[in-house]
Write a protein that binds this ligand. Structure first.
Ligand code: DX5
Ligand code: ZN
Length: 226
């Protein structure tokens, strides 16, 4: 089993004080920084681009787990790789040629991830499972932080865990959207090993430091239920 990974999503952080927010993530024990890139076309929101990823790279030693919620990612993966992305995850719905984009990401020295909207059939990503370093299961529709967790996606994680194990894949199985102290154990028991959390960490009443530490403790302590 791969190590458990906590990846706070900076979309929910204070962009004006991003260096401070990154330092909090590091001291609180985050493993990755999840970077939600949105273009206002694939999803309604516009967030950040490669220039901001470069700034992140200058302000943290943590791996940058870049989630591209953009149309035509083929045209942009190079600039995100050059900006310092560690992983680059693309949406199957946005790619003209998924195999080509995965190969392109890997040729740039980044981990290649594939993901899909909750409304997209799981069949759409199955042909690519043997090629990728990361599979991202979204438990909210892409585009916004702070949405309600979709319990049906627990089954999707269980299904993908079995599929990845059957091909002896070493890929991370990451979950993203509405992950909090209640939903994380469900996804962990289902077989996920990487957990994105935005609101639950950064908007915690006791602050992000406390929120992230709570998640880390939970990850270490949660028992796997059958
Ligand atoms: C949604 C993003 C998620 C989301 C996570 O499109 O991909 O990373 O911002 O935020 P929470 O944990 O608040 O759902
Ligand atoms: Zn994300």
């Amino acid at each position: 089993m791969k190590p458990y990974i906590l990846a706070p999503s900076i979309i929910a952080s204070d962009f004006v004080n991003i260096a401070k927010e990154l330092a909090i993530c590091e001291t609180a024990g985050a493993d990755w920084i999840h970077v939600d890139v949105m273009d206002g076309h694939f999803v309604p929101t516009i967030t950040i681009g490669p220039l901001f990823v470069e700034a992140l790279k200058r302000n943290t030693k943590l791996p940058l787990d870049v989630h591209l919620m953009i149309e035509n990612p083929e045209a942009h993966v190079k600039s995100f790789a050059e900006a310092g992305a560690t992983n680059i995850t693309v949406h199957v719905e946005a790619c003209r040629d998924v195999r080509k984009v995965i190969r392109q990401i890997k040729s740039l020295g980044c981990g290649a991830g594939i993901t899909l909207k909750p409304s997209t059939s799981i069949k759409e990503i199955e042909p690519f499972l043997s090629m990728v370093d990361l599979v991202l299961v979204m438990s909210v529709p892409p585009g916004f932080s702070g949405q309600k967790f979709m319990p049906k996606m627990v089954e999707r994680v269980k299904y993908l865990r079995k599929k990845l194990d059957a091909i002896h894949s070493k890929a991370h199985l990451e979950v993203d959207g509405g992950i909090n102290l209640k939903t994380l154990p469900l996804m962990k028991s289902a077989g996920a090993n990487a957990f994105v959390t935005g609101n639950a960490a950064f908007k915690h009443t006791k602050g992000a430091n406390f929120g992230i530490r709570e998640f880390k403790n939970l990850l270490v302590k949660t028992k796997i239920t059958a």
